[in-house]
Design a protein around this ligand. Structure first.
Ligand code: NAD
Ligand code: ZN
Length: 270
């Protein structure tokens, strides 16, 4: 990652404290979109809750069930790897059956209209692509859970294959080429960030004149550094999230409401 400070290299989490709520206005967002030439969206788990995929930190979210497995623990313990695959297969069906919602569709429409130039996502569910945003416009900071890779040689492995290996007696899948450790193609806490995606996200952020956060608690870094970077670079910053975030005081507009209804209204899709 060249000269990037060390803080950019690892996925970490900061403590969350509630920020001050501000007045909301969908029409102000409409006007900001009209005025903007280079819109970048930054999405978190909150944009996919309306598709039936639980987020991390809402009541009933994934964190109320289990703490995430840190990358070091995954690497260091066979039992952690087994538990990680158990969780993957327990949630896989929900993830595979989920379809894009009005929030995803609104962003797809903005891209189609040429307004939205890039979509930076922390999500691993593939729903932005499913809603019609082309691969080259989606920057997945935390990877993708629809396939797995060997951490040693990089060989791609399909989830269906891993499931078959695991199903009888919870055998942990290992690489068919080099016998290395296989992991879903997602970035865990403590795992280094994907370099290409970080650079693409940085370029997109620095080109933005309007940066819209949708459904992120903005506590997972370095991802949550992008809205700050956009604002410092002169972009307008909008945050759409059910709850306040630590970055609300930085934003030009904060909308504490449901993403689907808000974006559906603003963009005119449902
Ligand atoms: P988070 O769970 O920390 O925060 C989600 C935020 O979205 C919350 O503040 C919540 O209030 C808000 N929210 C939820 N539903 C909403 C809705 N319908 N409308 C408006 N706001 C809504 O999620 P995060 O910031 O993305 O961080 C969690 C990490 O976990 C991410 O890095 C991501 O990699 C991963 N994750 C991904 C998925 C997914 O791919 N769908 C799901 C869970 C977790
Ligand atoms: Zn391998």
């Amino acid at each position: 990652l060249g000269t990037a400070p060390a803080v950019w290299l690892y996925c970490t989490q900061l403590a969350h404290s509630a920020g001050a709520a501000m007045t909301t206005d969908r029409d102000e967002l409409k006007q900001l979109l009209v005025d903007a030439n280079n819109v970048v969206a930054f999405t978190g788990a909150g944009i996919s809750t309306e598709s039936g995929i639980p987020d991390f930190r809402s009541p009933g979210g994934i964190w109320t069930k289990y703490q995430p497995i840190d990358f070091r623990d995954f690497m260091g313990s066979e039992e952690m790897r087994r538990e990680s695959w158990r969780r993957k297969f327990a949630t896989d069906e929900t993830m595979r059956q989920a379809t894009a919602n009005a929030g995803h569709r609104a962003l797809a429409r903005l891209h189609e209209d040429g307004k939205l130039k890039a979509l930076i996502t922390q999500n691993i569910d593939g729903l932005h692509q499913a809603s019609g945003v082309p691969d080259e416009a989606v920057i997945e900071l935390h990877g993708n859970t629809t396939y797995a890779t060997c951490l040693d040689c990089g060989e791609r492995h399909e989830i269906a294959w891993a499931k078959q290996v695991f199903s009888d007696d919870e055998t942990i899948p290992s690489c068919v080429v080099c016998d290395g450790i296989v992991k879903t193609a997602t970035i865990s806490f403590g795992q280094s960030m994907p370099e290409d995606e970080m650079l693409r996200a940085q370029d997109a952020t620095l080109a933005a004149d309007l940066f819209i956060v949708l459904g992120s608690s903005l506590v997972v870094y370095p991802a949550a550094g992008f809205p700050i970077m956009a604002k410092q670079n002169g972009a307008k910053l909008v945050i759409i999230n059910r709850e306040p975030t630590d970055q609300d005081s930085l934003a030009d507009l904060v909308i504490n409401a449901e993403i689907g209804a808000t974006m559906g209204y603003v963009v005119g899709v449902n």
